[in-house]
Design a protein around this ligand. Structure first.
Ligand code: VGL
Ligand code: ZN
Length: 203
């Protein structure tokens, strides 16, 4: 049984948003054309409290995109984004969410960022997604959304580590590309056994 996992298609990751991903909104029509072909559609939603540790504004001596060392390792400092309850945290208004059976929120703990849909960035706190998928008999994930080199990559790689077959739908994802992170992400996904598939073949 397969599922479509739509990662963080939220206003703040689209052009004009606080942490805009170039062409981020272009994934919307591609995803809308996919949702009807899946028996299970799941979404993640980046959902930070104001003052989150991943925000550069929480570290007065730092600028956005600086990398700092925190308890669980490196943390990129982001512009404030996807603050709980704000319009920036809402899904893109044109995204078809009518097929979505589960919305998994992440990044809501003030001190821990969460890129992956499976684990918070401490690498050990589980979101519960693996259990949900197993209980529902889902063994194959088609991952799409934003951003390719952060939340999509971590979700895809962790999905493989949890034993799922994982495809990334190529035209349905866009990256931030910080210091070569996009090429690195495709390599890491490939090394982890994540497969790349076209939207047409994923339908
Ligand atoms: C994301 C950076 C910070 C993502 C979320 O959705 O890829 N990236 N928070
Ligand atoms: Zn975030």
């Amino acid at each position: 049984m397969r599922a479509l996992l739509i990662v963080d298609v939220q206003n703040d990751f689209c052009p004009g948003g606080a942490l805009e991903v170039p062409e981020g909104d272009e994934v919307v029509p591609v995803i809308n054309n996919l949702v009807g072909a899946f028996d299970h559609v799941l979404q993640t939603q980046d959902w930070h409290p104001a003052g989150h540790q991943s925000f550069a504004s929480s570290h007065p001596q730092h600028d956005p995109y600086d990398v700092i060392e925190v308890g669980y390792g490196e943390q990129v400092l982001w512009p404030d984004h996807c603050v709980q309850g704000t319009d920036g945290a809402a899904f893109h208004p044109d995204l078809d969410t009518t097929h979505t059976e589960l919305v998994l929120r992440k990044g809501f703990r003030p001190e821990i960022d969460s890129y992956s849909a499976f684990f918070e960035n401490d690498g050990e706190t589980r979101t519960g997604l693996a259990g949900y998928l197993r209980e529902r008999g889902i063994d194959t994930l088609y991952v799409c959304g934003l951003a390719t080199d952060f939340c999509v990559k971590w979700s895809a790689v962790d999905g493989r580590a949890e034993g799922f077959d994982v495809f990334v739908v190529e035209e349905a994802t866009r990256g931030i590309d910080q210091n070569g992170s996009l090429a690195q992400a495709w390599k890491e996904m490939n090394d982890a056994g994540v497969q790349v598939i076209s939207a047409e073949a994923a339908r």
